[in-house]
Design a protein around this ligand. Structure first.
Ligand code: ADP
Ligand code: MG
Ligand code: MG
Length: 251
């Protein structure tokens, strides 16, 4: 079975009942890279949040199968332990918890689930250190509190550091390119590419061709009004880049 199989997914804002997702179909197999593009407000971020179980949204219909298992009634923490990773557009600050402690806790929670012994701080440092270097991050960063006082670029690098340390079978990357300069974007893209294996997959949301030049998608989807209305190869992205969304023939 596919890694992720979404069928007829509808979802609403819990508080108001306003429907945002209007029947999403999406299949992602092992080793594939998918990109979702679409105008602002089309429901891209909501889709990724619903996949990870964000509490603001309610699934009102359809199915989400991940490794053949239904995610809809699973807690966000369990979805994450099952191998789903999400980077948030605006990651939260966690006062009093250092990045190092946060990453070590996350890694050990996964090791425990797999029946592996917990890593000690020294062992973990030797794991995380080369990954920090690869992302051109200052090692002092590990002593700082999670996301505290980070610049936009630091947050993005940190999200990818989390992904590279924690690992994921499916990484959902929502606008990891927003606000990054060319050097930061290259570091982030190289790190993501370095994580790709024939077993794991990426779903990335972006407005920009430049990210898709660095992380080459197997499929590009266009989202509009809470649905995926077109799927194709990376030439769709080129077309949008040159002629805008209006240049895409939708049927
Ligand atoms: P995109 O990521 O494609 O720009 P979003 O998924 O963020 O779009 O939002 C889709 C639509 O749903 C927008 O009109 C947005 O205002 C609305 N929306 C999303 N989340 C909420 C929420 N928690 N409360 C109210 N409206 C929301
Ligand atoms: Mg938006
Ligand atoms: Mg968005």
């Amino acid at each position: 079975s596919p890694l992720l199989e979404v069928r007829g997914l509808t979802a609403s804002v819990k508080e108001t009942g306003q429907q945002i997702l209007a029947g999403v179909d999406l299949t992602i197999r092992e080793g594939e890279i998918h990109a979702i593009m679409g105008k602002n407000g089309s429901g891209k971020s909501t889709l990724t949040k619903v996949l990870v179980g964000h509490p603001h949204y309610e699934v009102t219909g359809g199915t989400i199968l991940f490794k053949g298992e239904d995610l809809v009634d699973m807690e966000p923490e369990d979805r994450s332990l099952a191998g789903l990773f999400m980077s948030f557009q605006a990651p939260i600050e966690i006062p009093g918890v250092s990045n190092f402690d946060f990453l070590l806790m996350a890694v050990n929670a996964r090791r425990e689930k797999s029946g592996l012994p917990a890593l000690g701080p020294l062992e973990f440092y030797s794991v995380v250190s080369p990954k920090i270097d690869a992302l051109n991050m200052d090692p002092k960063f590990l002593d700082r509190n999670v996301n505290e006082g980070f610049s936009g670029g630091e947050r993005k690098r940190n999200e990818i550091l989390q992904l590279s340390v924690i690992g994921a079978d499916l990484a959902l990357l929502d606008e990891i390119d927003s606000g990054l300069d060319v050097d930061a974007l290259e570091d982030v893209a190289n790190a993501v590419n370095g994580l790709l294996t024939p077993q794991n997959s990426v779903l990335m949301i972006t407005h920009y061709q430049r990210l898709l030049d660095l992380i080459k998608p197997s499929y590009v989807h266009i989202m509009e009004n809470g649905k995926i209305i077109k799927t194709g190869d990376s030439s769709i992205a080129t077309q949008i880049n040159e002629g805008g969304f209006k240049s895409i023939a939708l049927v």
